[in-house]
Ligand binder design. Structure first.
Ligand SMILES: Cc1cc2nc3c(=O)[nH]c(=O)nc-3n(C[C@H](O)[C@H](O)[C@H](O)COP(=O)(O)OP(=O)(O)OC[C@H]3O[C@@H](n4cnc5c(N)ncnc54)[C@H](O)[C@@H]3O)c2cc1C
Length: 320
């Protein structure tokens, strides 16, 4: 459909938008009219007209989806459409016939094409304990704006697990945890958390006496909740999710990551299906592992960790 010229030219005699006149117009250069194209099919909101989709996490946390790009998609399509649209620009008309939409998205994911997936973005409002936020913020490709405890008094919300979910230190993985610890020890730990929370009243009182909020917060524990807006593109969200939904990630951040995944899945179902098939539930084999399969011999390394990882993969592959 040919584009239709509908707009007034900013800065022309009929325009009242002098505040938005671009600099070149003010310099006397001609400004071209905006060409607007009507959609070929009606557009629908990928969030079904909602302002927010929220999933509570733990007692005080949540992951809320507050916006998406594309927000509007042609009726009958999902936001996966934006990936296909962007990918096709690189192939041109010549290869259109081989690129059925779902197949194209799956090809892109399988072959680690990244930029078409960056055409889809999601904006979240998230509330999580500070010790989780510290892990989350390591993902550098997102745009983040966090609640300021310099500017405002922080609300008294703290992460406190249930007795049953206090975990013991893993004996195998220095960074990990194992199953539940015995109840008496768990209760002692919860008492300790309570003590740390009790600093909150003193924090309030000292800020009322004039201590700067930016300093007073130093007395608060990392179980305190913070919140932020977090915007990221789909490629980097998948990277975040593959690391943080993984069983090696801390359980608490896994809970947040799973909530995030549940929010985006209905919006980009084709990409999520491919993500599950080619990333989340897939595995990578090292050259040593491939050689072990071919030769039927043990892994050619002394490294105990590599042997343990290979054993896990063998179980998944049905080889052990
Ligand atoms: C289970 C687990 C345990 C961890 N343990 C520790 C730990 O003990 N100590 C610790 O400090 N961290 C730890 N981390 C954090 C980890 O090392 C990464 O910093 C974090 O997962 C972010 O990963 P990323 O850099 O790939 O992601 P992002 O920052 O989201 O970046 C995505 C991708 O963009 C690219 N990229 C981003 N920024 C740059 C850049 N400046 N230059 C080049 N490429 C860039 C990279 O390809 C990167 O993979 C751990 C993470 C996990 C999942």
């Amino acid at each position: 459909m040919p584009p239709e010229v509908t707009s007034a030219i900013p800065g022309s005699a009929s325009s009242s938008t002098t505040a938005t006149v671009p600099p070149e117009a003010m310099a006397g250069a001609p400004v071209r009219p905006i060409l607007r194209t009507a959609p070929e099919t009606p557009l629908v909101d990928v969030m079904g007209g909602s302002a927010r989709w929220e999933i509570p996490v733990h007692e005080h946390g949540f992951v809320a989806l507050v916006d998406a790009m594309p927000r509007l998609v042609p009726e009958g399509k999902t936001a996966d459409f934006a990936i296909v649209q962007a990918a096709r620009v690189s192939y041109g008309d010549g290869t259109k016939h081989v690129n059925e939409d779902r197949g194209l998205v799956r090809y892109l994911l399988r072959h680690r094409h990244t930029t078409p997936l960056e055409m889809v973005e999601f904006k979240f409002h998230i509330s999580m304990p500070i010790f989780i936020a510290r892990q989350w913020i390591r993902h550098r490709t997102a745009n983040v704006n966090e609640y300021s405890a310099r500017y405002s008094i922080v609300p008294d919300r703290f992460y406190r697990p249930s007795v049953e979910s206090v975990r013991s230190q893993s004996k195998l993985n220095r960074q990990g945890s194992d199953g539940a610890i015995e109840v008496g020890t768990a209760e002692q730990f919860l008492e300790l958390l309570k003590d740390a929370e009790s600093h909150y009243q003193k924090y309030l009182s000292l800020t009322e006496q004039g201590v700067a909020r930016e300093l007073a917060r130093a007395a608060l524990p990392v179980s305190l909740y913070t919140q932020w807006y977090w915007k990221c593109d789909l490629h980097n969200i998948f990277h975040f999710l593959s690391l943080r939904m993984d069983s090696h990630a801390q359980l608490e951040i896994q809970d947040f990551a799973r909530a995030m995944y549940a929010l985006i899945k209905p919006i980009v179902p084709v990409s999520c299906e491919a993500f599950e098939d080619y990333r989340l539930n897939a595995m990578q084999l090292t050259s040593l592992e491939i050689e072990a399969v071919r030769s039927g011999k043990p892994l050619a390394t002394e490294n105990k960790r590599e042997h343990a990882e290979w054993e896990e993969k063998r179980v998944r592959l049905g080889l052990a």
